[in-house]
Write a protein that binds this ligand. Structure first.
Ligand code: F6P
Length: 543
């Protein structure tokens, strides 16, 4: 594999970047009156305006040249074909198979996985519908009114995000809650006010060994049996989503009530696998399938559309562009839709657990930056908190604005007010306000620098008609594939997550040191030793 910085296209982009670093978006727009219409692309139901980026036609040409040199098309084909592109775990990466139509054929080790996917979807649908209709009752015969998903990371963030995003389509009589944190307060608040007789727990864990999830699952069993008394009640109040049938059975959940998935689905790519059971219960099987259709439409777009109008390609390369050539350290994701309030949190795992890597696929230390930090909040709330820094701070922060033409809750002129802010923010960031303009408003000279906006701050605007299950699927797949593009260019394994291991191992070593009745002999560094001692001493004061 040619080291990235030795590639011709990389060197060409580096040189080309210096010409654009000194160009203002005002100049780029002035030079091409059609730029705002030209630099756009559309796929399925998503429209992308990327004209307010610090790029020109040559940049786009070089993006494609870099993709060619990095072998993007071959890597993409390998992923869709089920090749083991997750090299450090020797696994295929086939989240795209989760949304493939019934008749598709996708093989892993010579086995067509599509029928397996649909068998699980059908089983999920049967369960979700029996629960929604009240046919599935609890141990004492009462219908289930509360569903609590217990999981963390990919077994939580996707389900929470999707539930919030599609809440409008959800069965309102059902209370949906989510527990992830090993902090007992999370569990305590999740079950607060609920009746165990009417509550179902979905224990979602790919491995079924994750400390947080298993601790919460055990507390849930104690809580439920506290009222239901009989161990057989577990079968009516607990189901599992996992790849690990052995551990599921050991926990006491009937494997008939287990919804499986496979090692070729990464945790952060699993919200459309059985990990989405809570989503399906909330919105129904039909709407879940609509979401899968949206995912699949974006998969097909990514797989087949020419790169010049390929949304995930364009977005992925823009992230590489600012990270690698403009020193940008973060990307702000700013949905102007309250239903997407958990979307930035979901994206944090998707992007940063995927590409937050410091070695290449063949184990070399990279000599360039990889994944930027993704963060964000829904607009317009963010405008009244951190946008000051985006507009006038010293850092370059590319922004993704996401908005919808139609509101799911039309209310007076709220929606036009909301959307006017997206357009205004993107415009203000790009074009700013010159000192001359500020002076012309009669501003005192000493105040002019404070009221000047440099502009030249890049953003994308993603527009869709309205939030639907299909659009959510498209949006998530858009970012999944954008992450893939970035990972290919940076030459990292986007599908492993070794970086989460060390902390887990150390925590397991520290647990007995906290729990020990006698003063333990501590063999950590002096800071960790002192913190453990201080914690033990402070805890003793507990009343
Ligand atoms: O935090 C690491 C991680 O392995 C994530 O990748 C994963 O989504 C999460 O833990 C939960 O894992 P599991 O579904 O196996 O409980």
């Amino acid at each position: 594999m040619t080291p990235l910085k030795e590639m011709q296209a990389w060197k060409a982009l580096e040189a080309h970047a210096t010409t654009l670093q000194s160009k203002h978006l005002r100049e780029l727009f002035a030079a091409d009156p059609k730029r705002g219409e030209r630099m756009t692309a559309e796929a399925c139901g998503l429209f992308l305006d990327y004209s307010k980026h610090r790029i020109d036609d040559e940049t786009l040409r070089l993006f494609q040249a870099l993709a060619a040199e990095a072998g993007l098309k071959d890597r993409r084909a390998a992923m869709f074909a089920g090749e083991k592109i997750n090299v450090t775990e020797n696994r295929a990466v086939l989240h795209t198979a989760l949304r493939a139509p019934r008749e598709a054929v996708i093989e892993v080790d010579g086995h067509n996985v599509v029928p397996d996917v649909h068998a699980v979807l059908d089983k999920m649908a049967e369960f979700a519908e029996s629960l929604r209709s009240g046919a599935w009752t609890g141990y004492t015969g009462k219908p289930i009114r509360n569903v609590i998903n217990i999981g963390i990371g990919g077994s939580d963030l996707g389900p929470v995000m999707a539930y919030e995003a599609l809440r409008h389509y959800s069965q309102r009589e059902l209370t949906m809650r989510f527990v992830s944190n090993v902090d007992g307060s999370d569990f305590a608040e999740a079950v607060h006010g609920l009746d165990p007789e009417e509550t179902l727990f979905i224990v979602s864990s790919k491995t079924f060994t994750t400390l947080e999830t298993m601790t919460n699952a055990h507390s849930a069993r104690v809580w439920a049996l506290g009222k239901l008394k009989h161990a057989e009640a577990v079968a009516k109040h607990f189901v599992a989503v996992s790849t690990n049938a052995k551990e599921v059975a050991k926990f006491g959940i009937d494997t008939a009530n287990m919804f499986g998935f496979w090692d070729w689905v990464g945790g952060r790519y699993s919200m459309d696998a059985a990990i989405g059971l809570s989503t399906m219960i909330a919105i129904g099987a039909e709407n879940f399938r609509r979401m899968l259709a949206g995912f699949h439409a974006m998969d097909e777009h990514f797989r087949t559309a020419p790169l010049e109008r390929n949304l995930p390609f364009l977005m992925g390369m823009l992230t590489v562009w600012y990270t690698s050539f403009f020193g940008a350290e973060t990307v702000a994701v700013l949905p102007y839709d309250n239903y997407l309030k958990r979307f930035p949190a979901y994206l944090q795992q998707l992007t940063m657990e995927s590409n937050g890597k410091h070695v290449t696929l063949d184990g070399r230390r990279v000599d360039y930056q990889t994944c930027p930090i993704f963060w964000g909040e829904p607009g317009t709330n963010g405008q009244h908190s951190f946008y000051q820094l985006i507009h006038q701070g010293t850092r370059l922060i590319p922004c993704d604005f996401i908005g919808f033409a139609q509101s799911l809750n039309p209310l007076g002129n709220h929606h036009d007010l909301l959307m006017s802010n997206i357009f205004a923010q993107a415009e203000a960031l790009a074009f700013g306000k010159t000192p001359e303009q500020v002076k012309a408003e009669g501003t005192a000279d000493w105040l002019v620098p404070h009221r000047t906006f440099e502009g030249n701050r890049p953003s994308s605007v993603i527009l869709a008609e309205k939030m639907t299950p299909e659009i959510l699927g498209q949006l998530v797949a858009l970012y999944e594939h954008s992450v893939f593009v970035q990972g290919v260019v940076w030459q990292v394994d986007s599908f492993d997550q070794w970086g989460v291991e060390l902390g887990k191992v150390l925590a397991v070593r520290i647990i007995p040191e906290l729990e020990s009745a006698t003063e333990p002999e501590l063999k950590h560094d002096s800071s960790t030793n002192a913190l453990i001692r201080r914690y033990r001493a402070m805890r003793r004061k507990q009343g």
